[in-house]
Design a protein around this ligand. Structure first.
Ligand code: PMP
Length: 356
């Protein structure tokens, strides 16, 4: 997939300002931003990979492209075919863009609890959106199973299966990982991020670990309601999911194929409470001018905590997964935050930003 990815994107392992080949050419090669204000405040060096700059607006563009290129390379899909996925969020938006650009039909199954804005955006990007009743994964009518069954019923169609198809983590191993290493000039004490599918953490983590000869520690950050922190700190016990978080797109109840055995290579994991993630959404805006979603904010909280653990001046990178645009009616609404018991999480001097 490496050469196909390099041909299709601008992630070529070196900087170039030349024209890029179509929309997928604008995927990857995002800046690594040194978060100056937060670094100075914390006495560390924090770097954020600006994945919100991908054309679909999130880190999932890379996974979407990787999943499609891998299927093409294996001969599983031919021009004019159909890509089917069960997803409520960024992966669907990434796939809809990639399908449009590469001439595939895109069918998205999603729980009917999702916002109208997301449905409208996917439809504007040409996807055939099928909202279905929001039932648990164990139920055969769950949106993921419906996506798989529908793909199986068609000729020339694939179910991309972002959670368990490792083409997702591979896309990060061949693009996000090398970019971060090069941009950080090969000097990184730690890398930490949260996981949904685990593709970003495992792909980037594996590359950085190999490249640094094990010197770069790789950590996982969890939202409340995810089981991974307890799995890692208990040495492999999977507990029932309990609790919840206002963060979207992250948190997990099982070890996906994308996380796989990489989970054993992590140095550690910890949970970040929603109060800290919300406070960081506002702090990033105020200190860095960055308008980011809650998973990015959680990642930055975790990066600062890890860097402080690793010692003064240590260098830690994380991922700025997407912008706040998709969540602004929630994150910047005092009323919504109050309905989640989180109004007090906005630092007093930053309340002026809660304008909705
Ligand atoms: N942040 C957001 C906003 C996301 O949508 C996702 C993907 N669901 C992630 C983080 C986590 O990425 P990954 O699936 O690679 O673990």
């Amino acid at each position: 997939m490496l050469s196909a990815f390099r041909v299709a994107t601008r992630s070529r392992g070196f900087a170039t300002n030349a024209a890029v080949p179509g929309l997928t050419g604008a995927i990857g090669n995002t800046p690594l931003i040194y978060l100056k204000g937060l670094s100075e405040k914390s006495g560390t060096q924090i770097f954020g990979k600006a994945e919100f700059q991908n054309p679909g607006g999130s880190v999932k563009d890379r996974a979407a492209l990787g999943l499609v290129l891998d299927a093409e390379e294996q001969g599983l899909i031919k021009p004019g075919g159909t890509v089917v996925e069960g997803t409520a969020g960024n992966t669907g938006i990434g796939l809809a863009h990639v399908c449009r650009a590469r001439g595939y039909k895109c069918v998205i199954y999603m729980p009917d609890t999702q916002s109208q804005e997301k449905i409208d955006l996917l439809r504007m990007l040409g996807a055939d959106v099928r909202p279905v009743a929001a039932v648990a994964f164990e139920n055969p009518r769950n949106y993921n199973h419906q996506a798989r069954e529908y793909a199986e019923s068609l000729d020339n169609a694939i179910w991309t299966d972002q959670f368990d198809n490792v083409a997702n983590a591979n896309a990060h191993y061949i693009s996000t990982g090398p970019e971060i290493w090069e941009q950080a000039e090969g000097k990184l004490d730690g890398f930490i991020c949260s996981t949904g599918t685990g593709g970003t953490l495992a792909g980037v983590g594996k590359y950085l670990k190999e490249k640094s000869g094990g010197k770069t520690q790789i950590w996982l950050a969890d939202p409340p309601g995810s089981v991974l922190t307890s799995y890692i700190s208990s040495g492999g016990k999977l507990v029932e999911r309990s609790g919840s978080s206002i963060t979207e797109g992250i948190g997990q109840g099982r070890i996906t194929n994308n996380l796989g055995t990489f989970v054993n290579d992590l140095t550690g994991a910890f949970t970040v409470p929603d109060e800290k993630s919300i406070a960081m959404v506002y702090d990033l805006l105020d200190t860095e001018g960055l308008y980011l979603g809650a998973s990015s904010a959680l990642n930055v909280v975790a990066a600062v905590e890890l860097a402080q653990k690793l010692g003064k001046g240590s260098r830690v990178a994380t991922v700025l997964c997407d912008g706040a645009y998709r969540y602004q009616s929630r994150l910047f609404s005092k009323k919504w935050l109050a309905s989640k018991g989180l109004e007090g999480a906005i630092p007093a001097h930053l309340k002026k930003y809660a304008v909705l």
